[in-house]
Design a protein around this ligand. Structure first.
Ligand code: ADP
Ligand code: MG
Length: 709
């Protein structure tokens, strides 16, 4: 038997149980079973007195003597022991006692067997959850052990379980038995997954020790060592595979050479209306290094909303142009593409570089002109939506592709962009996201990309005061918005739009809009509305009205979430705020606080808000730091639920490590993976043979959605 043996061949399993283990716990091999760890442990070393028991306690252990045993029929009548033969007994109740008091233990199953064991006068360890029935303390179906049977150590594992598993006879006890069987079968010939030198250098216990201790711990200390070893192994192998992919790519991917920053960059830089922040300068330096390295750049740029990523994108694009190439800048929505176009055109004015805008609503005539400008190279920078990845769009020499808000693009869409480079050479790639991703998650999701972070806001941004209020404050909210408008400010009012109930959501939006129009009547007030069911023209018309200040209020769905810049807006009202994710709320809030005025974010809370949702809202009120929020969000919801990651999921399922909790181990594993690969990039040396073999396993041949070519 080894780790890859099908679970059905484990003694005690068979086809039916194998099916159950597969469907309920995704266990198909002996190795899967051994890597299904208890999710908690019960300390069996401490013995409670009966007098101290309390129904609030979880599992406890009592050492007690059996006083008497009674049998009952379904209808509650007491039965004599002879009736056991006829299966007439439905309940066994034993009264047991220690020096401090009495309690009852109750069995509904296995009655015959218990009746033969629980002889009056004998002493047992009863292990179970104390409950109160009537006025008496009792334990239903406790585990019953002889007082001296402490051989397995004092900690006892509790395995994940389901109703189906229990009904199918795979109880906690059976799991322990199966695991013991598996350990016995596997351990004698078990090969470690990590080479000796790594165990030594990192002070890790061997795999065989770790597996045994995870299931049958001898002590807390041994358990801690075991779990550390397994977490490290899991994260290390994952990072090793990611870093290796990065190595493979960077050694293969020949990049377009861009040795100098060039004239347009200089011109734009010198004309900047402000000093770049230290973080912006650092990131631009990182990008410059990549562009002249001779290797293809694959860089993720993370920066909170308003941190000034656009400027970095513009200057990067100009490096490409200065070296004789073109650049394109892909935005996720039409509104954003327009806004980028306006901004970028302004920045590029002093350089003489020609910019064009291509979206779904560009007319055929304009489109033709753009196509030819791209082919003859007269257009240096193209800004657009998905429209710019169409096959008809061809560049003379696309040198840099910038993607804003990358999680909105699918992999294949990006792939098409990368195929647009000159002579089949992929352009350099800069992916920008304002969804802060916790470092540990970024290392895993984008483990094969280089990551730059803008961790500093341009000077002069005012903090946004955030408050969370209930329905009873709606009137006050209207008054507050009115007050701000009377001071010449503008307000966003955002409604959730959640895919599953789209119809209902639009109805809410429409009702909300009508209510706002009533509360803010013409001619004094103008309210614009933007949502996904409008034509691009309607959308642009409404958006423009708000941007230009003709409308004071913009009612919308989250289409304004990313990027829209209206410095005069000082209030962001978010309806049914509990229905948004934390990162999304943070993004929305980032729409205000861009001007000179103090700004406000008002979270309107619905009537039914879960504790967790309230926690998220409170958190948002307490901090403006996107990374802190992302970390907390991950702790609250787990990495799989983090925004921007749902579609993609994690590259592999982690069975023991947690990205939310094991950040330190992850960083260590990452650094160590780097060291191992620096010394042996191909993992071809004898001492790394085990590692090379592990990485050939299916799960590491990953569906690499973050891969960009
Ligand atoms: P992001 O795309 O990261 O959300 P933007 O690039 O839209 O942020 O920048 C937000 C605002 O800050 C813009 O109005 C931009 O002109 C301004 N800005 C960018 N960099 C600086 C800087 N170094 N100093 C002052 N203002 C800046
Ligand atoms: Mg932006």
């Amino acid at each position: 038997m080894n780790l890859d043996t099908a679970i059905q061949y484990l003694p005690g399993v068979g086809p039916r149980r194998a099916q159950l283990l597969l469907s309920e716990l995704q266990i198909s091999t002996v190795g899967d079973l051994l890597r299904t760890y208890p999710f908690r442990y019960i300390d069996r070393s401490s013995i409670q007195t009966i007098a101290s028991l309390h129904p609030d306690q979880a599992y406890v252990q009592v050492r007690a003597q059996v006083l008497k045993v009674k049998l009952f029929a379904k209808n509650g009548a007491e039965l004599p022991a002879e009736k056991l033969k006829y299966n007439a007994v439905s309940r066994l109740v034993a009264t047991v006692a220690d020096a401090t008091g009495e309690m009852e233990v109750v069995f509904f199953k296995g009655i015959k067997w218990m009746h033969s064991r629980l002889l009056p006068g004998s002493v047992f360890i009863f292990f179970g959850k104390p409950t109160v029935f009537g006025s008496r303390m009792n334990m239903v179906h406790p585990e019953v052990d002889a007082p001296d049977s402490g051989s397995a150590g004092s900690l006892s594992g509790v395995y994940p379980s389901t109703e189906k598993l229990k009904n199918g006879g795979i109880t906690g006890r059976v799991m322990l038995k199966l695991v013991a069987e598996a350990l016995e079968g596997v351990l004698p010939t078990l090969e470690d997954t990590l080479p000796d030198y790594i165990l030594k250098e990192k002070g890790l216990v061997p795999l065989s020790f770790a597996l045994r201790q995870m299931h049958f711990p001898q002590s807390q200390d041994a358990l801690a060592k075991a779990s550390y070893r397994l977490k490290f192994e899991e994260l290390f192998l994952l990072q090793l595979s990611l870093v290796r992919q990065k190595y493979i790519r960077s050694s293969n991917a020949h990049g377009l050479p861009m040795p100098s920053v060039g004239v347009p960059f200089r011109r734009c830089y010198d004309a900047l209306p402000y000093e770049l922040t230290t973080a912006q300068k650092r990131v631009i330096r990182e990008i410059r290094e990549d562009l002249r390295s001779g290797r293809q750049m694959n860089r993720l740029l993370q920066g909170d909303v308003g941190s000034g990523k656009t400027m970095v994108a513009v200057l990067s694009a100009l490096i490409a142009v200065g070296n004789g190439y073109q650049a394109c800048f892909m935005a996720p929505t039409e509104v954003l593409a327009h806004q980028h176009f306006a901004n970028v055109s302004r920045y590029l004015a002093p350089t003489g570089v020609q910019v064009a805008l291509l979206t779904g609503s560009t007319t055929a005539a304009a489109r033709r002109k753009i196509h030819s400008g791209l082919r003859d190279g007269s257009i240096g920078v193209l800004i657009g939506t998905h429209a710019l990845i169409e096959d008809t769009v061809q560049f003379k020499a696309l040198g840099l592709a910038i993607v804003d808000e990358q999680h909105r693009f699918g992999v294949d869409q990006r792939a098409r962009l990368w195929s647009k480079g000159p002579g089949g050479v992929a352009p350099h790639v800069l992916v920008m996201t304002a969804t802060p991703i916790p470092r540990t998650l970024a290392m895993t999701l984008y483990g094969d990309l280089d990551v730059s972070i803008i961790n500093e806001m341009p000077p002069g941004r005012k903090p946004v005061q955030t408050l969370c209020v209930g329905e009873n404050k709606r009137h006050a909210m209207h008054n507050f918005v009115r007050e701000q408008i009377d001071r010449g400010r503008q307000a966003f009012i955002v409604y959730p739009l959640i895919f599953e109930s789209e119809k209902l959501d639009y109805k809410n939006l429409q009702l909300g809009y009508e209510e706002i129009v009533k509360a803010f009547p013409l001619p004094q007030y103008k309210v614009a509305i933007v949502h996904g069911q409008q034509t691009p023209q309607e959308k642009a018309f409404n958006m423009d009205a708000f941007v230009a200040g003709r409308a004071q209020i913009l009612v919308s769905t989250t289409v304004i979430e990313v990027g829209v810049d209206v410095p005069n807006a000082s209030v962001m009202v978010i309806e049914s705020a509990e229905r948004f994710g934390l990162s999304q709320l943070h993004q929305l809030r980032g729409r205000v606080g861009r001007g000179a005025e103090k700004s406000f974010c008002i979270l309107m809370r619905g009537t039914k808000v879960s504790k967790d949702s309230q926690k998220r809202l409170d958190l948002l009120c307490s901090t403006e730091d996107g990374f802190t929020l992302a970390e907390e969000d991950m702790k609250l919801r787990g990495p799989g639920d983090l925004e921007g990651t749902q579609q993609s999921g994690l590259p592999i399922e982690l069975s023991i490590a947690s990205l939310a909790k094991d950040g330190m181990i992850l960083s260590d594993a990452r650094a160590y993976a780097q060291i191992v690969l620096d010394a042996d990039p191909g993992l071809s040396s004898e001492k790394n043979a085990l590692l090379a073999r592990e990485l050939r396993r299916d799960k590491y041949l990953m569906k690499d959605y973050s891969q960009i070519s």
